[in-house]
Design a protein around this ligand. Structure first.
Ligand SMILES: *Cc1c(COP(=O)(O)O)cnc(C)c1O
Length: 482
């Protein structure tokens, strides 16, 4: 919770920054929103940003930069090879993670490409707490097999488990025993498990995972994209870590992992990505892929300006009053929605507020993509753009059948330092209205379905005229409101 207590007793997060550059927003009328959503094939990825009021699609590459980041960008050292900017970034990573070797990539999935090519062989197994869309795509492309062994609590929508992103250690041991350690390519842990609602793992759990890896000579690879929220949650929720600094927790995590990769579109309020390791052999296994797919070793597809911003952003990630902002705003949104009866993932995680579409739209069958339908409905009702994280985000099986996701979530990401509390309140208000009118919302069906990562470009249409009815009801309830 916020360190500032209000005289009124209200529990609200307080922005610990001031806004000095602004971007004007437009809020189209509900009639226009209906039109834009249908033009976008009911896929929020295909909306034009100029028609979006609050962009809660993702926190990827849209976090606000600080004055210090902006000014660092001006002193970036432009060169193909040997840029001072690279060495500043490498030094910062060495200081924070204690890893000697750093390979820059243009974003997180590019790091995943390199890691998968270097370590995944056909039919090897990669146990992980939970998959992420691009991770899975790269592992599958290299014919590896994913085993998701998040604790059972992890995929329960409502819970009070503080670390729903933990790995089930017994399941990990069982997998290794069943297939033999030779069949396991590496063990992957994801901080702030994205697809289950940005849920953290504990330092203790990571220690236990590492112990099993050591007992079986296995590599432990960390996806650190959502590190900053997880750091905060460890400090807040893990008894043994309360007296540790954010820096100490970061180092404790890093010391347990053989390889760390991340998307700097999330970590470090910047853009780009990278892979860190303290092991020369592992570094050499990956290095050539950087020059092949990304760029020379001192930029890896990032611009030097992005690299300077990242160096400062990583430093800012070590500041508790900066990284607490995201989780506090998310917790506020989650708690207000609970008060209004809207079903959400609990406890509040990182990344954003996750609405449980399976329960919100319990009359829409999973084969009609309730989370996708809810994302479309919310845009029509508010101009707020969220993202479907459910069955649409899954890939079809090789035989063409469709796996149903464990959860149907509408994710409302909270880009860092971007929205004010009144904007967050607006989103809560419109969700509450939509919940009152949920029976008006129907399902969706694909009219164009790409084979890989279909949720990015797929186009869908409503299974009935429910969207027109929803817009009409909005107009009746708000005769003269945008
Ligand atoms: C976003 C993300 C990625 C991919 O990063 P991009 O920069 O978007 O390519 C990988 N893993 C996790 C956990 C992520 O959240």
């Amino acid at each position: 919770m916020s360190k500032v207590k209000f005289f009124s007793g209200e529990q609200i997060p307080l922005e610990m920054h001031k806004v000095r550059i602004v971007q004007k927003l437009e809020l189209p009328s509900v009639e226009k929103r209906l039109e834009y959503m249908q033009e976008a094939g009911n896929n929020t990825f295909l909306l034009r940003n100029k028609n979006v009021f609050m962009d809660m699609l993702t926190d990827s590459g849209v976090n606000a930069m600080s004055d210090r980041q902006q000014s660092a960008m001006l002193v970036a050292d432009d060169s193909y090879a040997g840029s001072e900017t690279f060495y500043r970034l490498e030094d910062k990573i060495r200081e924070i993670f204690g890893t000697r070797f750093f390979l820059p990539t243009h974003q997180g999935r590019a790091a995943e490409n390199v890691v998968a090519r270097a370590f995944v062989r056909p039919n090897t197994i990669i146990p992980m707490n939970y998959h992420f869309t691009t991770t899975k795509a790269h592992i599958c492309l290299n014919e590896g097999l994913i085993e998701e062994i998040i604790i059972d609590e992890g995929i329960k929508v409502t819970s009070n488990h503080p670390f729903k992103g933990n790995m089930d250690i017994d399941k990990l041991k069982d997998i290794i025993k069943k297939h033999g350690k030779e069949k396991v390519a590496f063990v992957r842990m994801e901080v702030g498990a994205n697809l289950v609602g940005g849920q953290p793992f504990s330092l203790e759990n990571l220690r236990d995972v590492r112990k099993v890896c050591d007992d079986n000579d296995l590599l432990l690879i960390l996806d650190a994209s959502l590190l900053s929220d997880n750091l905060y949650f460890i400090k807040e929720r893990e008894e043994q870590c309360k007296s540790m600094s954010i820096r100490e927790i970061t180092r404790a995590i890093a010391d347990l992992c053989h390889v760390i990769y991340f998307s700097a579109r999330k970590l470090g309020f910047a853009r780009g990505g990278g892979i860190c390791t303290d092991n020369k052999d592992l570094y050499m296994k990956m290095r050539d892929y950087i020059t092949l797919y990304e760029g020379f070793l001192t930029y890896g597809g990032m611009s030097v300006r992005e690299m300077e911003a990242l160096t400062v952003g990583l430093e800012e990630t070590m500041d508790e009053s900066i990284i607490s902002q995201g989780p506090q705003f998310i917790a506020f949104m989650v708690e207000e929605l609970i008060k209004k009866g809207v079903p959400v993932v609990t406890p509040p995680g990182g990344l954003g507020c996750h609405v449980d579409a399976m329960q919100f739209l319990d009359h829409v069958p999973q084969s009609e993509y309730p989370a996708g339908a809810l994302a479309a409905a919310l845009y029509i009702a508010s101009g707020v753009r969220g993202m479907e994280r459910g069955t649409m985000s899954e890939q079809r099986n090789p035989d063409g059948t469709e796996p149903l996701a464990n959860m149907e979530l509408l994710r409302l990401a909270m880009p860092r330092r971007v929205f004010t509390l009144s904007q967050v309140k607006y989103a809560i208000d419109r969700l509450a209205w939509l919940y009152e009118n949920r029976r008006l919302v129907g399902g969706l069906k694909f009219v164009e379905e790409p084979e890989t990562l279909r949720f990015f470009f797929g186009r869908l249409e409503a299974t009935s005229d429910w969207q027109e009815k929803l817009a009409k009801k909005f107009r009746e309830d708000f005769p003269d409101s945008l």
